[in-house]
Ligand binder design. Structure first.
Ligand SMILES: C[S@@+](CC[C@H](N)C(=O)[O-])C[C@H]1O[C@@H](n2cnc3c(N)ncnc32)[C@H](O)[C@@H]1O
Length: 373
């Protein structure tokens, strides 16, 4: 994690809606020099989180705080801004999501990053909650043991019919059933709607695990060619519109102040000339394996490990893609790569672009902005 070397100031991490503190403790123990703060509006959760504390500088600090409170950014423990905020499984349940996202935005440093985990339109509660009414039950509150038992039965039917593992949802804890199946609010939105809310709060979309999964499963250049003109957020919304993901794992950053800079971080795959100065970078794969592949003028199978997205994938790549990946060190531009490789001398970049687009949206390949920027 950046900022953890002894000569740099410690990075500040906020776990917003930290519950009983498991994530805050995990971050504090993995990064002993990080300053970790956990907030939650449940006094009981904060008391439990504090009671788990072992003494020591690395212990997180905890405070009771409501994410929707307009005075949140002024609270003493939050006044110094955060380099990284994790907010998982919270924004779907708050009454005022605009206020919560706006607060998260204000709590970030200008170069900070927010991980936002929220429910998608494919979440089981979208289908299940309206069914409770047909059974004469109120989905906004789990009233008693009988409604809990009926809720679990309905979930079990859903698991069987959707070919899930039986018990995956129906054997969850009573608090999960009370808050995630029942409950006053459960905001399960398509990705495009979450991105619109984030944009309204001044947060800019950077990436989403679901998009990477879907693009990774679709590394077929002939299919991807029609998507080249879409921006990063549009690609994400497109795939989610098709699949309706259950959960969105979003990475957001504070929006750029100047409109002109809005897309500075995005290569334009629809314009081959504009793409040429961008510098491709393979970061997530095992490069040593890639070096071992000898590209010849026919498709070659390459085996990739993409942590967190596709654990392992074997792809059939055209020889020029293998060659570009081998040379994609983040220093050379695409133009320089084409110029320096005899294998690419006769190749046209246009034929490689749909594959590069797919690899980029699978999180397997980055594109750094042109060197002069
Ligand atoms: C589903 S739990 C998620 C906990 C934890 N982030 C995790 O991933 O395990 C939701 C948490 O958000 C907290 N929460 C809900 N609304 C909140 C609000 N307006 N302000 C602060 N915390 C809130 C709840 O008390 C609960 O601890």
């Amino acid at each position: 994690m950046p900022g953890t070397s002894p000569d740099r100031p410690p990075i500040r991490v906020l776990v917003a809606g930290c519950g009983t503190g498991a994530e805050a403790y995990a971050i504090a123990s993995a990064f002993p020099r990080a300053q970790v703060v956990g907030i939650d509006f449940s006094a009981r959760s904060i008391a439990i989180a504090r009671s788990c504390s072992k003494s020591g500088a690395a212990a997180p600090q905890f405070a009771e705080a409501d994410l929707c409170d307009p005075t949140l950014p002024q609270q003493a423990i939050l006044r110094k801004r955060f380099d990284f905020i994790s907010c998982q499984g919270v924004a779907s349940y708050v009454p005022d999501v605009d206020a919560a996202l706006s607060n998260l935005r204000k709590l970030l440093t200008p170069k900070g990053m927010l991980y936002l985990g929220v429910n998608g339109a494919g979440h089981h509660s979208v289908r299940i909650r309206p069914l409770f009414r047909a059974l004469g039950m109120d989905p906004t509150a789990m009233s008693d043991e009988r409604s809990e038992a009926t809720g679990r039965d309905v979930l079990r039917m859903y698991e069987i019919l959707t070919r899930r593992r039986e018990g995956e949802l129906s054997d969850e804890s009573p608090s999960y059933i009370a808050n995630d199946v029942f409950g006053p609010i459960n905001r399960c939105l398509p990705l495009g709607d979450w991105l619109a809310l984030a944009g309204k709060a001044g947060l800019e979309y950077r990436g989403n695990l679901g998009t990477a999964r879907f693009a990774g499963a679709l590394l077929r250049p002939e299919l991807l060619a029609s998507l080249l003109g879409l921006k990063r957020a549009e690609v994400a919304a497109f795939f989610d519109g098709m699949i309706s993901d259950v959960f969105h794992s979003l990475v957001l950053t504070p929006g750029e102040a100047k409109k002109k800079k809005e897309r500075a971080g995005e290569p334009d795959f629809a314009d081959a000339t504009a793409l040429m100065p961008w510098r491709p970078l393979v970061t997530l794969w095992d490069r040593t394996e890639l070096e071992g592949v000898t590209p010849v003028e026919r498709p070659v199978a390459i085996s990739l490990t993409i942590p967190g997205v596709l654990r392992r994938a074997t792809l059939e790549c055209r020889f020029e893609i293998v060659e570009i990946l081998r040379l994609a060190d983040g220093k050379r531009s695409l133009a320089e790569i084409y110029k320096s490789s005899p294998l690419l001398a006769a190749a046209r970049v246009e034929s490689a672009i749909p594959s590069l687009f797919g690899l980029y949206h699978s999180n397997a390949l980055q594109f750094l902005p042109p060197a002069s920027r």
